[in-house]
Ligand binder design. Structure first.
Ligand SMILES: Nc1ncnc2c1ncn2[C@@H]1O[C@H](COP(=O)(O)OP(=O)(O)OP(=O)(O)O)[C@@H](O)[C@H]1O
Ligand SMILES: [Mg+2]
Ligand SMILES: [Zn+2]
Length: 338
């Protein structure tokens, strides 16, 4: 399990609010009951007094201490019995005035002893899912519906077909998920290169789901959106956007889709350089998808600082084949006509 600060802070905040809501709700129940039955308030006052009496009694010397304690304990037991009896008479459960947490194991502290409570684990996972930027794609584009039959099995002069190539990419992608968290240096950064509709976004979404299911956070975004957020933050001094940019740096896994579709500028190069460089130094995983093909295309779009990092710190996988988006559209049209 590895969640970035963004996720942890959100969930810790959420839990503090839940605790406060439970306290407020108990206060409200108490207020209401004190009005309908002032005797309850008297009992509560008396109960808090016995607590003080017990404390004071320990200072009155050892002589007769046991007897005094027993008397005080009986006093508070009787008061508690009275309280229960009254609540019962009023048709309420005996713990009606207690603070109620829907997780009784941890009382929304998130921990049972030093172990994280299952409710907090679930909350972290849900938060990571909800804020990944992938939404419903996560359930639509997985390994289970990634079909190799869409790639031709016609072999090239080296005896390798697009299907063989994709089978390799798919198996490496599954291994990536399996080993996520243990991968070092360049092994945790993938660069998926290839033409449109060949499954780059699909396979990176499948990886994202696997990594989320392992209890890590993922941020997915297109290069254009990332640039837009940085522009708002830098030029429009938009505070929300500034806060948003931190997720591209903090995410345990960042997926940058459609690299190369952003407008080429000094600004965009600096942003990309900063993201890549910071993530490489802090050993955070990054997956990049791009249509840019070949060294020439990369050289035209990016300066040496960026290209050197993409070559040196990423494992490159080439995607070959025919546009599956088009193939699927044709299949659907044919089905409709039938
Ligand atoms: N191997 C596959 N099996 C099943 N569906 C696939 C496969 N590859 C891609 N698809 C589907 O084809 C469509 C296009 O794929 P995807 O979006 O992943 O392509 P891409 O390589 O990211 O293209 P682009 O460069 O245009 O972004 C999607 O609907 C995707 O789910
Ligand atoms: Mg894509
Ligand atoms: Zn709990």
């Amino acid at each position: 399990m590895e969640y970035s600060r963004r996720i942890v802070e959100k969930v810790v905040d959420e839990f503090a609010k839940k605790r406060q809501n439970a306290v407020n709700a108990a206060d409200a129940r108490q207020k209401e009951m004190y009005i309908t039955c002032p005797q309850l308030e008297e009992i509560d006052k008396a109960l808090s007094l016995t607590g003080m009496k017990i404390f004071a009694s320990t200072f009155q010397g050892k002589e007769g201490l046991e007897k005094r304690m027993k008397a005080l304990e009986k006093e508070s037991r009787d008061l508690l019995d009275d309280k229960k009896r009254i609540l019962k008479l009023m048709g309420k459960p005996e713990n009606y005035l207690d603070i109620k947490y829907s997780c009784e194991k941890c009382g929304y502290t998130g921990y049972v002893g030093i172990k994280m409570c299952t409710c907090m684990k679930k909350a972290l996972a849900k938060c990571a899912y909800d804020t990944s930027g992938l939404g419903s794609s996560l359930s639509k584009q997985g390994f289970d519906n990634f079909d190799l039959n869409y790639y031709s099995d016609e072999k090239n002069k080296d005896g390798i077909s697009p299907r063989d190539n994709m089978a390799y990419v798919l198996s490496e992608a599954k291994d990536y998920v399996k080993n996520f968290g243990k991968l070092k240096d360049g092994a945790q950064n993938l660069l998926f290169v290839g033409g449109t509709g060949l499954g780059k976004t699909h396979i990176s979404t499948a990886i994202a789901k696997g990594v989320l299911d392992k209890g890590c956070d993922v941020v997915y975004d297109t290069m254009q959106n990332i640039m837009h957020t940085y522009e708002k933050s830098t030029f429009a001094k938009d505070e929300a956007a500034a806060l948003e940019t931190t997720k591209y740096i903090d995410a345990t896994l960042l997926i940058i889709d459609d690299l190369g579709t952003e407008l080429k500028s000094v600004f965009s190069q600096n942003v990309l350089y900063n993201i890549l460089n910071t993530r490489i130094i802090s050993e955070k995983a990054t997956i990049i998808n791009t249509n840019l093909n070949g060294a020439k295309a990369f050289k035209e779009q990016y300066d040496d600082r960026i290209n050197s990092r993409l070559i040196g710190n990423f494992r490159t996988f080439n995607f070959y084949g025919e546009d599956i988006r088009l193939k699927k559209a044709r299949e659907n049209n044919a089905k409709k006509r039938r």
